[in-house]
Write a protein of this length. Structure first.
Length: 102
């Protein structure tokens, strides 16, 4: 997701996408949290979910606030991968994100 697949640009190549936790994070295990400049995280989640791409909204509450509040974000998008996700699903997500970020 971060660096892309084949000729599909990854999140790190999308100018409006901010990856929480940095690009290289040895503690990351299949979970990426992002926010998109100029589009609310709730709207991104709504659009992706309507396309069958399961994502989740994380609000700056007592769990995530210590990360999101210093970033001046009230929420972020959580994208999770697991052993059952396919390359095609990741490609679908990246294509949708590239379209959103145009």
């Amino acid at each position: 997701m971060i660096f892309g697949i084949g000729n599909i640009p990854g999140l790190s190549q999308m100018g409006k996408v901010n990856i929480i936790g940095g690009l290289i994070n040895p503690s990351r295990e299949g979970l990426v949290s992002i926010y998109v400049d100029g589009i609310s995280s709730s709207k991104v989640v709504e659009i992706l979910n309507s396309q069958g791409i399961r994502t989740h909204l994380r609000k700056a509450d007592h769990y995530s606030g210590n990360i999101l509040t210093p970033l001046n974000q009230d929420s972020c998008i959580r994208v999770s991968l697991c052993h059952y996700n396919s390359i095609e699903e990741v490609s679908q997500f990246l294509l949708a994100m590239n379209e959103l970020c145009k």
